[in-house]
Ligand binder design. Structure first.
Ligand code: ZN
Length: 120
């Protein structure tokens, strides 16, 4: 069953608030790249005057954590933006593979879903 207008509106709002939330999380440890690509670069943590080895080690570890979080969050952000584009193009809620409707239950769990349960 195709999605009702109101459902699509709800998903759009969900996607927009999720986009905002993820952007804010990213901005807390990464800097948004100039040029409007929407990509971020993780900031290297401040580890004081550089004399304390323990502090350096934990800064390197923290930086690694930031980089993996950045990758995951950016990927999610791209998926959300693709979903918002599909809403604009009236293609939202269709499986990108088999073109069938993605069940609303699945979209409720993850509004940026691109594939139906069978194609995933
Ligand atoms: Zn499918």
């Amino acid at each position: 069953m195709p999605l009702a207008k109101q459902d699509i509106e709800n998903f759009k709002n969900k996607l927009l608030s999720e986009e905002r939330r993820i952007s804010e999380t990213l901005a807390s440890f990464a800097t948004k790249n100039k040029g409007g690509s929407g990509e971020f670069t993780s900031r290297f943590p401040n580890f004081g005057d550089g004399q304390d080895e323990d502090a350096q080690v934990s800064a390197v570890e923290e930086y690694g954590t930031r980089l993996s979080a950045e990758t995951i969050l950016e990927e999610r952000l791209r998926a959300i933006r693709r979903a918002l584009t599909r809403i604009q193009k009236n293609a939202y809620g269709k499986c990108l593979n088999c073109k069938k409707d993605i069940p609303i239950k699945r979209l409720n769990a993850s509004p940026e879903a691109e594939l139906c349960g069978n194609c995933k």
